[in-house]
Design a protein around this ligand. Sequence first.
Ligand SMILES: [Zn+2]
Length: 57
Amino acid sequence: MSFTAHAEYLFHITCENCKFYWTYASMQKAFDIRKGDYICPNCGVKGRIDLADEVGM
Ligand SMILES: [Zn+2]
């Protein structure tokens, strides 16, 4: 018996407006979360995502 693993890249996102926190997952290492607009699930504000320095992208 063996097991198969797939890597998942999980982004932790905090809304600057209401401080709501959620996550966004991707299975692709090259995925760039800075491209595109996102909508806060809590307050509905729309905006772009700035990556924190520790992400290293
Ligand atoms: Zn919000």
